[in-house]
Design a binder for this molecule. Structure first.
Ligand code: SF4
Length: 249
């Protein structure tokens, strides 16, 4: 029944823009997109496609770059002070996996956020994700963490949920934790056995379904967060990545 209710709204769209209210016309917006073994062959994943489209719709100028070319790009665009072209980006959006190295390259004066944080805001669960992420530091030996993804068959977000996140969380907490995964529409209704839920950006799910999942967790008192928020929190750059979206609220 839960899946049917959620499916009813699957064709719906969120009211909040993904990116359009965060940028100005003619502003250069840099998208940092790693092309590693997890990246699908020959195309970009949906959050990247949607962000590029949102920037174009808002008359901004999207510029895509891999993380190892970002420093060169920022230098070439430049602030105009040291021989640069004076076309410094108004915003940089990165894949969460390279958040840490990107944050070291991007000067503090340039706003920085991630595709996951934009997607959580778009889907209406950013505030809950920020509240829920602190649970990571309260996890205890034997706790089970549910990692949930919206893709049905192929995990378009690669091995973040199955390998990288569990490794980062184990390293940070030093606890003996168990991780379970769900994908597509297979989100468990009974969350009582889980200490927390970490969800992907949910680009394949509509806002209604994401809110339903979040409400399931809230009703059962289970902290709920998402990939990008969890990664930014663990890397100590959550505040910085939220500044650009919260200054707009
Ligand atoms: S639904 Fe989730 S796992 Fe699939 S591409 Fe979107 S953000 Fe990634």
């Amino acid at each position: 029944l839960k899946e049917r209710i959620a499916a009813l709204g699957r064709a719906g769209t969120a009211q909040r823009p993904l990116i359009g209210d965060l940028i100005r016309p003619s502003e250069i917006v840099v998208l940092v997109i790693p092309i590693d073994k997890a990246a699908p062959k020959g195309r970009l994943i949906l959050p990247q496609q949607m962000t590029i489209r949102g920037i174009l719709d808002a008359d901004g100028i999207p510029v895509c770059v891999k993380e190892d070319r970002l420093e060169e790009l920022i230098g070439r665009l430049g602030s105009g002070e040291n021989g640069g072209a004076g076309n410094e980006p108004g915003l940089i959006i990165t894949d969460s996996q390279v958040f840490e190295e990107v944050s070291k390259i991007v000067p503090d004066r340039i706003p920085l956020t991630s595709f996951s944080i934009l997607m959580a805001r778009y889907k209406g669960f950013l505030d809950a994700a920020v509240r829920g992420v602190r649970k990571i530091d309260d996890l205890k030996d034997g706790d089970i963490v549910l990692i949930s993804e919206g893709c049905t068959h192929h995990r378009q977000c690669g091995d973040i949920g199955t390998e990288k996140l569990p490794a980062w969380i184990r390293k940070r907490t030093g606890k003996k934790l168990l991780f379970e995964t769900s994908s597509g529409t297979g989100f468990p209704e009974d969350l009582s056995r889980y200490a927390m839920v970490i969800h992907c950006g949910g680009c394949m799910l509509n806002e209604r379904e994401m809110r339903f999942r979040m409400k399931c967790a809230a009703d059962q008192g289970i902290p709920f967060t998402n990939y990008g928020t969890a990664i930014a929190y663990m890397k100590g750059i959550l505040d910085r990545s939220l500044q650009v979206v919260w200054r707009q609220e």
